[in-house]
Design a protein around this ligand. Structure first.
Ligand code: 1CP
Length: 364
């Protein structure tokens, strides 16, 4: 594992880290999933000349794109490193392309267990993912302590579903990936175990390189029934937090299992500090599922951003009032969309500042 002996600039805004740890805050911190990317004209300008994964693999470019939303919106309280969850399958020897206007594509998905022989394992993350570590170190330097830097990984189930389906998960029904769960459960567990071990090394490496918090994205866990979630998602999510925390106990970890709000009560017993929630659950219910020992993160319906500044302000006020300003990190319930405007993201951030400052004063 890389041990990075860099001295990093002093952090000036630790609101996000304090909220993650459950410490008192004067207002609710805010960041946005997919805050860098296709809705930003400055990102599109970079992407006009360079392929998606080339940006990921070039620390200068990845750093530049990570900083774009931080420069544009001084109200953001965290940066997230520019990369993709699919760099992990790439590190395991699988080819992944990014098709413009379509999304990720695996030319040779792992459709059957016999094809697992093509999957490279074990993986030396320092050899295969060093470029992400370099991007983190550079970005942490260039952030100059303005806000903390979040590292991330896809969760094992979400990564497995891409490896098997080959991309285009949204609306696919996941028939191929679910066939593994019902017909080849033992092989699915073996593959999930491999992915889990790579994710753990990868997350530990990210912290060594400069990440100050970590998020695990289980973007497609919501396609599984509660029973399948308990069998094929939960144990791996729990293991990741346990093993990363064993090495880096003070680094806040966020788990976002989108669409699996029924799993919140079980995740409340894990070592994650923060649980992300999507917009299909109301804040009071989410809080009743997790108790008072976890910070919650979310959960504005991203479509609210199409509603204009007045609607955004009203919906944000309702959201912050419902979560309360403490043990809470404001975010969308999923990521920014390419069709969102830059103004709508600015309105969202400003509304969180305005309403949470006022509500915190009122003791809410
Ligand atoms: O054309 C382009 O430039 C590609 C668009 C794009 C971008 C900007 C993709 C393709 N990925 C990203 C960056 C990205 N991906 C980040 C950057 C940091 C930030 O948040 O600012 C992050 C955190 C991700 C993580 C990611 N990739 C997830 C988990 C988060 C989520 O939204 O659920 C997932 C599921 C992916 C896969 C992926 N990569 C890209 C797309 C369009 C997708 C989803 C495709 C699908 O629906 O299956």
């Amino acid at each position: 594992m890389t041990t990075n002996n860099q001295v990093f600039p002093t952090l000036k805004n630790d609101l996000f880290l304090r909220a993650a740890r459950g410490e008192k805050v004067e207002r609710t911190p805010v960041w946005i999933m997919r805050q860098a990317g296709r809705y930003l004209p400055e990102f599109k300008e970079v992407r006009a000349d360079v392929d998606f994964f080339t940006v990921c693999r070039n620390p200068e470019l990845a750093c530049k794109v990570t900083l774009q939303p931080i420069d544009r919106y001084p109200g953001l309280d965290a940066a997230i490193i520019f990369s993709d969850i699919l760099v992990v399958p790439q590190a395991m020897g699988l080819e992944v392309q990014m098709i413009p206007g379509k999304g990720p594509h695996f030319p040779n998905p792992v459709r059957t267990p016999s094809e697992m022989s093509r999957v490279q394992y074990p993986v030396d993350v320092n050899a295969t993912l060093q470029y992400v570590f370099d991007a983190l170190t550079l970005t942490r330097q260039r952030l100059d302590g303005r806000v903390p830097l979040i590292g991330f990984t896809g969760a094992p189930w979400t990564l497995l579903s891409y490896c098997i389906e080959g991309g285009g998960i949204s609306g696919s029904g996941m028939n191929n990936a679910k066939t593994w769960l019902y017909r080849h459960a033992e092989d699915a567990h073996r593959f999930l175990d491999m992915l889990t071990n790579v994710c753990i090394d990868y997350l530990i490496g990210q912290v060594n390189a400069g990440a100050q918090a970590l998020q695990v994205f289980d973007s497609w866990s919501g396609d599984l029934s509660p029973h399948l979630f308990d069998t094929f998602c939960l144990p791996y999510l729990v293991t990741i937090a346990e093993r990363v925390k064993a090495v880096h106990p003070d680094i806040p970890m966020i788990c976002f299992a989108k669409g699996s709000n029924f799993g919140l009560a079980k995740l409340a017993n894990s070592k994650y500090d923060v649980l992300g929630v999507d917009w299909t659950i109301d804040p009071a219910t989410a809080r009743s599922f997790v108790g008072t020992n976890k910070t919650l993160q979310g959960n504005l319906d991203p479509a609210v951003l199409y509603g204009g500044s007045e609607v955004i302000s009203k919906e944000v006020e309702h959201m912050v009032r419902s979560f309360g300003t403490q043990r809470y990190i404001a975010n969308l319930g999923h990521g920014m969309q390419p069709t969102h405007t830059v103004d709508s993201a600015g309105d969202f951030i400003q509304a969180v500042h305005q309403h949470s400052t006022k509500l915190a004063h009122e003791g809410i």
